[in-house]
Write a protein that binds this ligand. Structure first.
Ligand code: SF4
Length: 332
């Protein structure tokens, strides 16, 4: 039996919009059937990485391989046979679903474009796909605006999965939804991923949302990855001060644990990607920053099965603890 190729390999991805360095040297691998959460604040470049993978934007440099095929330099026509290998679910289903198309047409569109299936068969597939995401088959004859936000996002998920992709890009799939339906859509995605076994790049600003969904976590700050590792390791022993701050800010379900936590607040807003800080890009907000952080870009230090890019992280995985530092300077 031949081993399946990785679902996604990104090498040294760069995307500059004119002077804006939106993505600056990101490398990431997702094995078959694995889920990696790409986490960071808005403006960190994480959604841009997802858009480069599905080629909504063309990277400035670097390599993107999907299921073993280098798609970085393929033309639109050359890309077509590989289109079904990767799908994307966007943040806002109201904006991403064509309001003039019936739900059934929306969901069937990837099959229609690939020309792989006769119409009657397509209709049956649409019905079973809608049921798989928890909607009744009759929804196919309604328009997107007749549905609730949660139902519309289920339609987006059905459309993304109907072509049986090896890789799903889920770009903040619940953040435009009412809080009351966010958990049910996340649970649906987790159940589908377990049942079908597609790999997933789950893009989110909310670390608490990844606790039950991700195998691995990659943390992005101002266009670069600052830490990667297994979910267990990152939650138990985050090495980078930025990951520690994000985790400290994420709400936890257990009220006792929540009360025991000492929040580490990130003082200022994210600096501009137009003119990122010299040396370590996190240094203007890092409570542990020292002289070297301004002059030297931190190398990626191997930590467990991943890495952290910080001058204070040791190769044996010992880490600085932001909570032990005097954080009064960065608290607003
Ligand atoms: Fe903080 Fe310096 Fe480490 Fe950057 S390199 S995270 S500024 S201690």
């Amino acid at each position: 039996m031949t081993a399946q190729p990785n679902a996604l390999e990104i090498e040294d991805l760069v995307l500059h919009y004119g002077p804006v360095r939106a993505v600056d040297g990101v490398s990431l691998t997702i094995g078959p059937g694995r889920v990696t959460a790409l986490v960071g604040e808005s403006g960190s470049g994480k959604s841009t990485v997802g858009r480069c993978v599905v080629r909504l934007v063309k990277p400035t440099a670097g390599v993107v391989r999907i299921a073993g095929t280098d798609v970085t330099h393929l033309s639109r026509r050359q890309l077509r046979p590989h289109r079904s290998a990767v799908s994307i679910v966007f943040q806002d289903p109201a904006a991403s679903l064509d309001p003039r198309m019936l739900v059934g047409e929306v969901v069937a569109e990837p099959l229609r474009l690939s020309g792989r299936m006769p119409r009657r068969e397509r209709e049956a597939r649409v019905a079973s796909e809608l049921e798989r995401v928890g909607l009744r088959a009759e929804v196919a004859r309604r328009y997107p605006h007749e549905l609730s936000g949660g139902q519309r996002q289920r339609v987006s998920i059905a459309r993304a999965l109907i072509s049986e992709p090896r890789l799903l890009i889920a770009d903040e799939p619940t953040s435009a939804l009412d809080v009351s339906v966010q958990a049910s859509v996340l649970n649906l995605l987790a159940d589908l991923q377990r049942d079908i076994g597609f790999a997933c790049l789950f893009i989110t600003h909310d670390l608490s949302a990844v606790e039950y969904l991700a195998d691995d976590i990659a943390v992005m700050y101002l266009g670069q990855l600052v830490e990667k590792g297994s979910r267990e390791r990152i939650f138990a022993r985050p090495a980078h001060p930025y990951t520690q701050a994000l985790l400290a800010a994420a709400p936890v379900a257990d009220p006792v644990r929540q009360r025991q936590r000492q929040p580490v607040l990130l003082g200022d807003d994210l600096p501009s990607a137009l003119d990122p800080p010299s040396g370590c890009r996190f240094r203007t907000r890092c409570p542990l920053a020292f002289d070297r952080c301004a002059s030297e870009v931190p190398a990626q230090v191997a930590v467990g099965d991943g890495m952290a890019a910080c001058h204070l992280v040791q190769p044996d995985g010992t880490r600085p603890d932001v909570r032990a530092a005097d954080t009064s300077e960065v608290l607003p």
